[in-house]
Design a protein around this ligand. Structure first.
Ligand code: G4P
Length: 528
């Protein structure tokens, strides 16, 4: 039996971020393969299902009851207990995707070697930077024609503004992608393997060993020596401290499809990343090794099925050990309780959890009492973890109820769904809720809203597109909003909690507001 401290020390909790199609699902699956959680690749189907059209997606949600598929996966590798958090992409991209990053200690950024940094990666990256968490980069699809590795690194540095340190270096690309050179060990790993369904076979050789030359084409060997010379002269120095602060990203190359480079990445990444990190609360820093249990809710998944109004709340455990039968304290609800049906999640399977430790993510049954950001801790404690911010929505619509007799249900539905965090609602100061501006991060949320208002609240709504594209909270609370000098198509509104927010139609309008209101501070997330 290992102690709680040992259990926490071996935990690694990270989120994988990428632009759709860069290979996040494939890489996750290969991690599971190397961890022995699956026997052959091609079994993780959860996310693929989510790529269907909206109507299919709703059907899937309904059939599945509560959707938890592949939100979190836990598996073991080399003595580590790993929690991977999925950050949904495509149509199911939403504010939840951002919130998931609040629960991670590290991010793995998967980049397509032929495409470089893409739009969605940029958005997710911004959230990681806000948290100063370590960011590791996996440059994927090296088995296809790829861009020059130095070019891709330069793009990461210029576009994302983070220094890079290649921990390994690719040997060739496309059909002649052979493997990777480990710069620390000064060792070449050349891979072979049929189809990527099973682990790839690796041959190793020291860089200057005669065997190394036999493992690859002579010109590949020459190129590798040249590249190394170039990197030693011009590249960044490695600093674990800079990695820990999210200022330097260790970079790895490989192909998730063929498994070439997957295991070296997994192994080095786990060694370089840290056990669960301390978290900020109103009473100070909470140490993960504190003997008392604590955690916070970062995501609530409502049931799309009308017959089951229950929800699942996802909790990140921040300190100590969680025991299924122990009494806990829900701080925001000021209530002692036992958490119902706590479960760990592994792809499509859910298992009741008896005990869990700092770093773990568990799902708990929510009869409607939890909100995003709530703290749950040992009954002898009372503190709040730092709240989860609201993130800037990118799509806006004006929502109105069709039958004005149903005003009460409309207000109730809109407010409850907004409180759950599925949408954000904005209104003009001092206006009623006749019509409401709804802002979302991913457009699918509009369909979810319409579906839920009809099914759960019996309200039909009409939605009109709005031209706003950006929202910024007013950072300086003392500002006299009446004196703001804004373009006519900029709107001043307030969010659900009464915080002032400006809605803009273009970046040009944002700059205009900043230039004409020298004291104005604009923020793209809000913690209040
Ligand atoms: P995502 O989760 O980031 O959206 O990407 P996903 O893993 O679903 O991969 C997107 C596509 O890229 C898939 O092909 C996948 O097989 C392919 N892919 C992933 N990693 C690699 C790699 O290292 N090399 C190559 N050549 N391809 C890779 P698809 O045709 O869309 O799907 P499938 O039918 O092959 O599964």
């Amino acid at each position: 039996m290992s102690t709680t401290e040992e259990q926490i020390r071996r935990r690694r909790t990270f989120a994988i971020i990428s632009h759709p199609d860069a290979g996040k699902t494939t890489l996750t699956e290969k991690f599971l393969l190397y961890g022995g959680a699956i026997q052959a690749a091609g079994m993780v189907k959860g996310k693929k299902n989510m790529k269907h059209a909206v109507s299919d997606w709703m059907e899937i949600e309904k059939q599945r009851g509560i959707s938890v598929t592949s939100s979190v996966m836990q598996f073991e590798y080399d003595g580590y207990c790993i929690n991977i958090l999925d950050t949904p992409g495509h149509q199911d991209f939403s504010e939840d995707t951002y919130r998931t990053l609040m629960a991670a200690d590290t991010a793995v950024m998967v980049i397509d070697a032929s495409k470089g940094v893409e739009a969605q990666t940029k958005k997710l990256f911004k959230v990681c930077v806000m948290r100063h968490i370590p960011i590791f980069t996996f440059i994927n699809k090296m088995d296809r024609e790829a861009r020059d590795p130095l070019d891709v690194l330069e793009e990461i540095e210029n576009v994302l503004g983070i220094q890079t340190y290649p921990v390994n270096w690719p040997i060739g690309s496309g059909k002649i992608f052979r493997g990777v050179y480990d710069r620390t060990k000064e060792q070449i790993a050349v891979f072979s393997g049929e189809n990527g369904k099973q682990e790839a076979h690796a041959d190793y050789a020291a860089l200057h060993d005669a065997k190394a030359k036999n493992l690859m084409d002579p010109d590949q060997y020459e190129k590798l020596l040249e590249d190394m010379e170039l990197l030693e002269g011009a590249g960044s120095e490695f600093s674990q401290e800079a990695v820990d602060h999210g200022e330097l990203s260790p970079v790895f190359f490989g192909s998730a499809l063929t498994n070439f480079g997957v295991e070296p990445f997994l192994r080095d990444f786990l060694n370089m990343t840290s056990p669960p990190l301390p978290r900020q609360a109103d009473c100070g820093t909470i140490d993960p090794f504190d003997k008392d249990f604590s955690g916070f809710i970062f995501k609530i998944q409502a049931n799309m099925n009308k017959a089951h109004r229950d929800r699942i709340a996802f909790m990140r455990i921040c300190s100590g050990r969680f025991d299924k039968d122990a009494e806990v304290y829900h701080v925001q609800g000021d209530k002692r309780m036992r958490l119902a049906q706590p479960q760990t999640l592994m792809a499509q399977d859910r298992e009741t959890v008896q005990e869990a430790f700092a770093g773990d993510i568990i799902g708990i049954f929510d009869p409607g009492i939890f909100s995003i950001g709530d703290t749950i801790c040992a009954p002898n404690k009372k503190f709040h973890f730092e709240g989860i911010p609201s993130f800037e929505p990118e799509h806006f619509r004006l929502v109105r109820q069709i039958d004005t007799m149903k005003r009460k249900q409309f207000v109730k539905g809109m407010t409850q769904i907004a409180q759950e965090g599925a949408i954000q609602i904005f209104s003009e100061p001092d206006s009623g809720m006749e019509e409401v501006i709804v802002g979302v991060v991913g457009v699918l949320q509009f369909d979810v809203l319409e579906h839920r208002l009809k099914n759960e609240y019996n309200v039909d709504v009409k939605m009109e597109p709005l031209t706003f594209q950006f929202a910024r909270w007013v950072g300086n609370k003392e500002m006299d909003l009446k004196t703001l000098d804004l373009t006519s198509d900029t709107k001043l509104a307030q969010d659900l909690r009464g915080n002032p927010i400006l809605l803009f139609s273009s970046e040009w309008n944002i700059r205009w507001a900043e230039e004409h209101n020298k004291d104005l501070i604009l923020e793209n997330f809000n913690r209040n």
